[in-house]
Design a protein around this ligand. Structure first.
Ligand code: BTN
Length: 245
């Protein structure tokens, strides 16, 4: 469990909302967004009972075994596509800075170690009529989750699995937030896109998209994946599941 006082002190001046248990940090962050919570506000939980993943999936981890948090961003609409890249990139760079080997991003934003998922990212936008009210970036990182006897034993991994020393979740959180902050005022820069693109681990490889075998050709600056089918016809994919191979 986190100590709320330590969290608030260590993350100062960021506004911190911590809960031992919550339905979903994304859900509360969306509520706070609509209540005018400032840019940078973070919602953190030790356990989620209705954690949400991409494509309508659920996201669950035993209490205290993951980093589960959501950050509020006040940003222009033109930056929205880059927020999606930011989450995956920040976690990827954090792990690389900790000298963890074989870290990459599986399009769009799964962070992998040795080809296994270690973190997922769920950005969401809130609209006021046709105007962007703000956005949130939910991040879940497997820190000490034991996947040995789970259906995910071959596809998921925890950071602790590749670390020789015991991990401190607060230290990991601070490192990720530092990478988010480092990019926050350069969201629309070429540099951010290039850093994200250069960490993608599937470009040039064959992938399966909606049951069809295609080649992942490149990504566009809005984050779309460009795939080529067996006839060489190019198609842009904006969301969905891509299987390697
Ligand atoms: C995915 O890979 O499908 C995205 C998973 C995102 C999970 C995080 S955990 C913190 C935040 N709150 C949620 O309900 N979901 C995100």
């Amino acid at each position: 469990m986190f100590n709320p006082h330590v969290l608030a002190a260590e993350l100062h001046p960021r506004q911190v909302r911590y809960f031992p248990q919550i339905a979903s940090t994304n859900d509360l962050a969306l509520t706070l967004l609509n209540q005018n919570a400032p840019n940078g506000t973070i919602v953190i939980a030790d356990e989620q009972t209705k954690g949400r993943g991409r494509l309508g999936r659920t996201w669950y981890a035993m209490p205290g075994t993951s980093l589960l948090f959501t950050v509020i961003f006040r940003l222009p609409q033109s930056s929205l596509p880059r927020l999606t890249m930011l989450g995956g990139l920040a976690v990827c760079e954090t792990l690389q800075q900790m000298a963890i080997q074989d870290v990459g991003i599986k399009w769009a934003n799964d962070v992998q170690i040795r080809g296994r998922k270690v973190a997922g990212v769920l950005p969401e936008a809130a609209w006021d009529g046709g105007t962007l009210a703000g956005a949130i970036l939910g991040i879940g990182v497997n820190v000490t989750v034991d996947f040995a006897n789970s259906p995910f034993r071959d596809t998921a991994i925890s950071v602790q699995d590749v670390s020789d020393t015991p991990l401190d979740r607060l230290d990991l959180l601070k490192r990720i937030l530092a990478r988010l902050d480092a990019w926050a005022d350069r969201l629309e820069s070429d540099r951010l896109f290039e850093a994200w693109r250069d960490n993608l681990n599937m470009i040039g490889q064959y992938v399966t998209v909606e049951g069809r075998r295609c080649k992942a050709v490149r990504v566009d600056t809005d984050g779309a994946l460009v795939i080529s089918d067996e006839n060489g016809v190019l198609q842009r994919v904006l969301a969905g599941d891509i299987l390697l191979g």
